[in-house]
Design a protein around this ligand. Structure first.
Ligand code: SF4
Length: 375
């Protein structure tokens, strides 16, 4: 089983923290949609795994017109067998969630919305240059529920200088009151080539100390435990039985095909990523010479990738499985495992190594200790 990811690289405004690939030149959407449909057709000739999930991400796929979205849907239906599909997700921003669009999305078979809420504080939303207000976000969810959507994931950002612990607690309480079943929570990171990155460089923005985000991350874990949510991946939480299938398949190492500029694909022994430039992407597709970079994964890459994904998960790394991927791994890394266990940064239980919740905020540094150096 496999996943299909479609990247729609357009946004109404550029959020000040965002370093994804997108453009705000909305007049160029149609040629890109045409190229995406062409890429779907050509990739379907070689990518022959049955699809289990489809994910429209971006950018802001919710700003596509009904006609453009159905054009992409028709291309997918024409070229892939969808009889085993279990989840179709569309990333939606609150300002695009009107009666007409929501009704149309539902009619296409989209049953899961990943909504970019980010904050319920209007001054924080404005500071981040989001295109919506907190009131709009709340109303958009109510409207979607009235139309019959039941499956929502909300994106929230924590750890900014504008978000106090009290505000974060209030936002998480609100999540319980709106009846959603999935959350993706990201610590605000200041990326170099973003407005926030530039402000930080010129001292117009001083990031709060790490402890600020760390405290909010710990609160998130406590909130999940208290309310019987599963904090199943470092940034993802769900009510039992509502883990995201598409993303869980990434972490389980299943293959996926990425369509659109900057989209990544994974085929087990290789990965590929499309050019992060809309004009170059379109021209490559038009002349039958797609612009992408491909990497054949070495055994070390495969092991490191396995560690990176599995240590983000609650259940952790299956020790037997990593010994199969890299014979002798356990013996080789045993001294480091013992050191991490003493520091309460790794738990060994039931044949798995996992990072306990109190140390999860440090998971990147812990994972690096276990990775295999390139030869
Ligand atoms: S955060 Fe989302 S809406 Fe904002 S610029 Fe990035 S992709 Fe677009």
């Amino acid at each position: 089983m496999a996943g299909l990811y479609i990247h729609i690289p357009f946004c109404r405004k550029a959020c000040h923290y965002c370093n994804f690939h997108f453009s705000t030149q909305l007049k160029n959407i149609q040629p890109l949609v045409d190229a995406i449909c062409q890429e779907i057709a050509s990739e379907s000739l070689t990518f022959q795994h049955p699809l289990q999930t489809i994910y429209f991400g971006g950018g802001s796929p919710s700003l596509l017109s009904n006609k453009q979205l159905s054009q992409i849907f028709e291309a997918i239906q024409q070229h892939f067998n969808l009889s085993e599909i279990q989840e179709i997700t569309l990333e939606a921003n609150p300002e695009d969630m009107n009666l007409e669009a929501l009704t149309y999305w539902k009619s296409l078979g989209i049953e899961r919305l990943s909504v970019g809420i980010q904050s319920l504080n209007n001054s924080e939303l404005q500071w981040m240059n989001r295109s919506h207000t907190a009131e709009q976000a709340i109303k958009s969810l109510e409207l979607a529920k009235d139309i019959g959507f039941q499956n929502f994931s909300l994106d929230l950002i924590y750890g900014s200088e504008k978000k106090s612990l009290l505000q974060w607690q209030h936002e998480l309480d609100w999540v319980l009151s709106v009846g959603v079943n999935h959350l993706s929570c990201y610590a605000l990171t200041i990326e170099e080539n973003t407005p926030f990155g530039k402000w930080a460089k010129s001292n117009q923005l001083i990031a709060p100390p790490d402890e600020h985000a760390e405290m909010q991350f710990h609160y998130l874990g406590q909130w999940a435990a208290k309310n019987h949510w599963e904090h199943y991946e470092i940034s993802n939480l769900s009510k039992p039985g509502h883990q995201a299938i598409h993303n869980s398949n990434y972490w389980a190492g299943k293959p996926y095909l990425g369509i659109g500029p900057s989209a990544h694909s994974y085929f087990g022994s290789s990965r590929r990523w499309n050019v992060s430039n809309n004009a170059m992407y379109i021209s490559g597709i038009q002349i039958g010479a797609p612009n992408f970079t491909e990497e054949i994964l070495s055994q070390n890459d495969i092991v490191n990738e396995f560690l990176l994904t599995q240590l983000r998960l609650n259940k952790g790394v299956n020790i037997q499985q990593i010994n199969i991927l890299y014979p002798g791994f356990e013996e080789f890394k045993r001294p480091i495992i013992e050191k991490l266990k003493k520091k309460s940064q790794i738990i060994e239980e039931g044949g798995y190594w996992s990072i306990p919740s109190a140390a999860r905020f440090l998971s990147d540094a812990i994972t690096v200790e276990l990775m295999i150096d390139e030869d």
